[in-house]
Design a protein around this ligand. Structure first.
Ligand code: NDP
Length: 331
């Protein structure tokens, strides 16, 4: 009898999606060059959307194994790039959208979707970082490329106590930036201070209609919230500063004017982690291996067994999850 492994399996009937744990065999996996024994997946905001009625139509093909990221060990490879035993991570590339994702004990993937883990990261820490942390790294790299450097004014991180926000705070503080953390949860201030934040902004102070240009407060920003918040952040960014826009936790609209761009030379930098090109992807993971302090990463991480995933997927949409949640698919 074929060996089975456990996966979360999503189906759609009459336009309504549902998910349930199921035993699968390797023969049922989609084609690809590399079979991975998955050790951990992550819980990201987008996973919350997929697992709660497929909001935002995250999953676009059924049946689907959801989970936008995974880390584990290569079991079998038909690609010269990888061999059995290699520790690897996969994020994006349509996992949980058009390709089977990480909520499974075994996966078969295209070789080009995998990144070998750099020194200093094992599969558990790779998923503690996950898509969220990878996105935070891409945001910090984009700010650096745009010329943002540590100086008098802080860098602002919005949605700071979330996954992307927590990693961004830790990375920026480690690089010598003063970090201001915007959060709607005052009870997370000590946690954020522990990651390196030295100043706090109440979420509500950014979520309001301001003037097209406000006093210059930030040398740069990582924004995970979008909407009115991003408009306010742009209006408060100092001359020739930059804002990395990577999220929409507060909405996907952007009610702003061109004034921050044409009167202050503020740059708005778009961050897409899903189709990030391979060389930049590898560079970002290498930097995550070297630049993200492990004690801070561990402090923001909660590991949960596979069975708790569905309950936590509801919490993340309600903004109740702090930092990063790692899913032990064998636990
Ligand atoms: P989390 O849910 O972990 O974090 C989001 C944080 O945003 C919350 O913790 C909360 O922070 C804040 N927040 C929640 N709701 C609101 C609201 N209504 N208004 C203002 N702030 C709010 O999610 P992730 O960190 O995984 O993802 C953050 C965002 O980044 C999401 O929109 C996600 O879709 C996007 N993303 C984009 C990627 C890309 O490739 N561009 C990749 C990964 C994520 P606090 O309590 O501190 O206020």
């Amino acid at each position: 009898m074929a060996v089975t492994f456990k996966a979360l399996y999503a189906t759609e009937t009459d336009g309504k999606s549902s998910v349930a744990f199921r035993d699968l065999t390797e023969a049922e996996l989609p084609p690809g060059e590399v079979v991975v024994d998955v050790a951990y997946s992550g819980l990201n905001y987008k996973d919350g959307l997929a697992l709660n009625g497929n909001r935002g139509k995250v999953m676009r093909k059924f049946p689907m194994v959801p989970g936008i990221d995974l880390a584990g060990t290569v079991r079998q490879s038909q690609s010269p790039e990888f061999k059995a035993g290699d520790a690897v991570v996969a994020t994006g590339w349509g996992l949980s959208e058009t390709a089977w994702g990480g909520y499974t004990q075994r996966a078969r993937l295209k070789a080009e979707w995998l990144v070998r883990l750099p020194a200093g990261l094992d599969p558990k820490r790779a998923m503690a970082i996950g898509t969220a942390g990878f996105t935070a790294m891409l945001s910090v790299m984009a700010l650096e490329d745009s010329g943002v450097r540590p100086g008098d004014k802080p860098v602002l991180v919005t949605g700071a106590a979330g996954g992307v926000g927590s990693v961004a705070v830790a990375l920026l503080a480690h690089k010598g930036f003063k970090v201001a953390a915007a959060t709607g949860r005052a009870e997370t201030h000590d946690y954020l201070r522990g990651l390196g934040a030295s100043e706090f902004v109440a979420r509500a102070d950014l979520h309001k209609v301001g003037r097209p240009l406000e006093s210059e407060r930030w040398t740069g920003a990582v924004d995970t919230v979008g909407s009115q918040t991003l408009a306010m952040v742009l209006a408060q960014t100092a001359r020739h500063g930059a804002v990395a826009a990577c999220g929409l936790a507060g909405g996907s609209d952007l009610p702003t004017t061109v004034l921050p761009f044409i009167l202050r030379g503020v740059n708005l930098l778009g961050i897409d982690s899903v189709f990030c090109p391979v060389p930049r992807r590898r560079a970002a993971w290498a930097r995550l291996g070297s630049d993200l302090p492990k004690d801070k990463l561990d402090a923001m991480t909660t590991v949960v067994p596979f069975a708790r995933l569905l309950a936590l997927a509801q919490d993340i949409l309600q903004g109740k999850v702090r930092g990063r949640t790692v899913v032990d698919v064998n636990g």
